[in-house]
Design a protein around this ligand. Structure first.
Ligand code: AMP
Length: 129
């Protein structure tokens, strides 16, 4: 079971944004920016391009709904989307609010937020769904 499946199962806490029957969204614990969110399929698949055509289409539609809410909640120019998947073997889309290109530089220093700040951000994004 991946760490993300354990989050879906409620065994590991997260700052949840949304879920439906097939997908789950929660805040990245090492955010590049405030509002950095991960969208994952509930089905445990490592490589995103091993998802079926239908799953990947549905996941993108789910991610779109989350990105629209992030943009309303967090002041930004656009919400960027990226897939890496080198760390956690459970497919995920990163959604990151950007002011400029450098805000999406993976590998750069991440924001250190308190639990209260994470909670506040999650509440603000959820309120826009
Ligand atoms: P990557 O697999 O390279 O796309 O990176 C995995 C991402 O998952 C990183 O941005 C981590 O900060 C994030 N991550 C790992 N564990 C957790 C967790 N328990 N809760 C939230 N985000 C996590």
């Amino acid at each position: 079971m991946t760490i993300f499946s354990r989050i879906i199962a409620g065994e590991i806490p997260c700052y949840k944004i949304a879920e439906d029957d097939h997908f789950f969204a929660f805040l990245d614990i090492n955010p590049l920016q405030k509002g950095h969110t991960l969208v994952i399929p509930k089905r445990e698949v490592d490589y995103i391009f091993d998802l079926s055509d239908q799953e990947i289409a549905d996941m993108q539609v789910f991610a779109k709904r989350i990105a629209i809410a992030i943009k309303k909640a967090i002041p930004c120019v656009k919400v960027g989307q990226c897939v890496l998947g080198l760390e956690v073997p459970h497919a995920h889309i990163h959604l990151v609010p950007m002011q400029s290109e450098k805000d999406m530089r993976f590998g750069s220093e991440t924001k250190k937020l308190s639990p209260e700040e994470f909670q506040q951000i999650a509440t603000e994004i959820r309120a826009q769904l």
